[in-house]
Write a protein of this length. Sequence first.
Length: 406
Amino acid sequence: MDAYIADFQANFWLYCSIPFISGLIGYVTKVVAIKMMFHPIEFWGIKPFFGWQGIVPRKSVKMATIAVDLMTERLIKPEEIFARLDPKRIAREIETPMMEASEDIVREVMHQYQPGLWEGMPEFMRQAIIKRVKSEAPKIVATIMGEVQHDVSRYFDIRHMVISNLQKDKTLLNEVFQRVGKQELKFFCTAGFYFGFTIGLVQMVCWIIFKQPWMLPAFGGFVGLVSDWLALQMLFRPLNPKKFMGFTIHGLFLKRQNEVASDYAALISKQILTPGIMMEELFTGPKSDRVIQLLQRHVRRVIDEQAGLARPLVLYAVGTERYIQMKATVAERILEKLPDTMKYMENYAEDAMDVRNTLITRMKQLTPTEFEGMLRPAFKEEEWILITVGAVLGFMVGEMQIHFML
């Protein structure tokens, strides 16, 4: 025993370095694991032999699908948030820009299809036509929004909207998981150091007693492997609070449900479920052809109504086929203007839809299993790779330690 004590005193700083190096192994392997989860955004290396792409960006479709499934099944329904909009209020919000756009559309279309007739009209007649169209254009939009509200799933695909945007913007997809698990990711790295340091104390004692070269890389690999597993267990287990020796233990991520709800809702409501993105999906998404048909139908109706008794004369002057084309062109021009015009109703729509508060309320009501599913997939997907890399890095540092110790 005296020999061991003397050896320890003689090599005090050298032996004291063992637990700190072990702690550093635990910390560095966790940092590398997290970096590998999210970076690089695009594949780096030589396909298919060597290289890496962050797990979340590489699995962007699957990760986005997991996110949208939770969002649409448990948190928010398109029918619910669209029902909160008042079509008449939307018409008032876009009235000024829509009326300005309508005047341009009337002049453009008339010049295109019947320039002589338009130029030959007295100014008061031209202004009367423009005034009628201007007054009807916001009403058309209000009518369309009303019809969309009655059958949202026919015109709007929230799954396509969320998945396509997250897949297109992998940085945003990363941000969703990083924002949700910001505290857990920090803990994951910090815990790696403490686990490594604790195991390093055992490693130090074993080295003083046995001085076997194989022990350092073996312990290094063990630290990298076990600390990953332990940290993950502490993040997500137990799902429900449990009493143990007078202490309450609960998965660290699950314990933060209320705090995570606020962060997640802020991100989603500002970058994914925004009125602007929803309107873009409505007018350009995979179901936009139905919205276009709806718009064309109402535009044709309004033009026919405005033509009134003069319709036979208009048909004679313009021609039946060109009259039909003219109505289609008016609808196309209105559709082109709508994305810019609808921006004027975004502040109202954001307040009316109240996506952020809805998400916060619903997220607080999630079961532990459902809530775990918000972050766990980012760790769980190819988790074995992250743990294996941790073990390999730990083993390599242990090999370097041998040369240092000897």
